[in-house]
Design a protein around this ligand. Structure first.
Ligand code: 4AD
Ligand code: MG
Length: 430
């Protein structure tokens, strides 16, 4: 018995193989012909049962093959240009591994609330599985780029003693009588490792107690954060655009089938070539003051503001030199001390900010002052301040949100479909 995966069946034309998987759908054509659509995680395959060519018991038991019944099916692979994957299976026998009664997600339309409650089952659908494959390929492309360009992968802790991105979105927990927080970002630790290794990246889950319900915010999301010694803001932005160009072009070329399954129009993605446009915060504010009644100069951008700015460009756009008051404590100040050397990259088509980054404050006194100005406890950051005491150098980095990037590549407006089990306000199950 040759067990094969559906994806590789092109190599087995006219051979007998056994497929292990699940029933996606069945139908009959009169009394004599039955069809089963199988899925095995690597693809879909049509199996055909013809009366006379197969033991009668398999025709009689065909009604037991309800949606999501797990099966082992044996037959001969035949070329069929019309079929997905270019092949079909002439079934000679099958064995039911385990039944499936009243699978809740039928091919008909369901509401999103229902699908989210059944996320553990919804993942089996064609589109959701395709998105998960794209996500995995995107993460691999990101790591490949960095591994091939002299970066060292390191891990930052998840349990941390202090905030990185402001105290208002911290999740706290008890750590043997002390207070610990789930990491909002691996950046501060990435800075320490960059001073040990030169160019590093951290990759891991990050947590923010986002109390607002938006389509662009999860409470648990994954972030990849490169950090480079001897980089300034300009070098940082050059790296970001080269990195993003590579990730998008790799996703488009490596995920053709999956992008077709989810019906993503990739024409806009083909256009994502550097250089990306760059505007300062002040230039962005000029645009928003004219076009958005709810924008206040000096304030942070809301999702709507990002969409207006993105609409001016066909490529991702950098906004840089941000007002100090809307940014975290660690940014390096610009010559105009009201501004800091931060940059955000806003994706086109309304997918919002996908990258946040910038140059770090490398001067001890300036950093200490900023920690105090942000109302943070100096003691919590003594180790981080040490980095400015012992051979401090200019350095910069960025964080790219996996879910936002996957949402853009897949053309899905809501982040909840870009991760297997999303965590959001009021969503902890399954
Ligand atoms: O802009 P942020 O907050 O930057 C940082 O955390 C820096 N410490 C990164 C660094 O420089 N090393 O977050 C970076 C990115 C955002 O651009 C966005 O893509 C994503 O993380 N992100 C979220 N994604 C989903 N849900 C949320 N609540 C997110 N918050 C940020
Ligand atoms: Mg940001």
């Amino acid at each position: 018995m040759k067990v094969a995966y559906i994806r590789e069946l092109g190599n087995y034309i006219d051979s007998e193989v056994t497929i292990r998987g699940w029933i996606y759908n069945t139908r009959s054509s009169g009394k004599k012909i039955r069809f089963m659509i199988l899925r095995d995680g690597t693809g879909l395959l049509q199996g055909v049962l013809v009366q006379g060519n197969i033991d009668e018991k398999y025709m009689d038991e065909f009604d037991k093959l309800t949606q999501e019944t797990s099966v082992e099916v044996t037959g001969v692979v035949r070329k069929d240009e019309r079929a997905v994957g270019g092949v079909e299976l002439g079934v000679s026998s099958y064995r039911i591994i385990s039944g499936s009664v009243d699978f809740p997600i039928s091919p008909k339309e369901h509401g999103t609330a229902f699908l989210m409650e059944n996320r553990h089952l919804w993942l089996r659908s064609k589109k959701q599985a395709a998105i998960m494959r794209i996500r995995a390929r995107v993460i691999k492309a990101m790591k490949d780029y960095l591994d091939n360009n002299g970066f060292v992968g390191v891990e930052s802790p998840i349990l941390t003693p202090s905030a990185c991105e402001g105290t208002s979105t911290l999740f706290s927990c008890d750590y043997f009588g002390e207070k610990a927080y789930l990491s909002q970002s691996g950046q501060l630790y990435a800075e320490a490792t960059a001073f040990a290794l030169g160019k590093v990246y951290t990759y891991g889950p990050t947590f923010r107690a986002e109390k607002s319900k938006t389509r662009r915010h999860l409470t648990e999301f994954w972030m990849l954060e490169p950090e480079m010694a001897f980089y300034d803001l300009e070098m940082d932005m050059e790296l970001i655009e080269d990195f993003v160009e590579y990730v998008i072009s790799t996703a488009v070329s490596e995920c053709k089938n999956e992008l077709a399954v989810i019906e993503r129009d990739i024409s806009t993605l083909l256009n994502i070539k550097k250089p990306f446009p760059r505007i300062t915060y002040s230039e962005a504010a000029d645009i928003l003051e004219k076009e958005c009644d709810d924008f206040v100069r000096g304030g942070d951008f809301g999702g709507g503001h990002e969409t207006v700015l993105a609409g001016k460009f066909e490529k991702p756009v950098f906004i840089y030199n941000m007002p100090k008051n809307i940014k975290a404590f660690y940014f390096k100040k610009c010559d105009d001390p009201g501004f800091v050397k931060g940059c955000d990259l806003i994706a086109p088509e309304g997918y919002g900010e996908i990258v946040g980054g910038g140059q770090r404050e490398d001067n001890y006194d300036a950093l200490l002052q900023s920690i105090k100005e942000h109302g943070l406890n100096e003691k919590d950051y003594d180790w981080y301040l040490d980095l400015r005491k012992y051979g401090s150098v200019p350095h910069a980095g960025f964080g790219i949100g996996i879910e936002r990037t996957v949402a853009w590549i897949c053309g899905i407006p809501h982040l909840r479909e870009t991760i297997a089990f999303p965590r959001m306000l009021n969503l902890l199950k399954p």
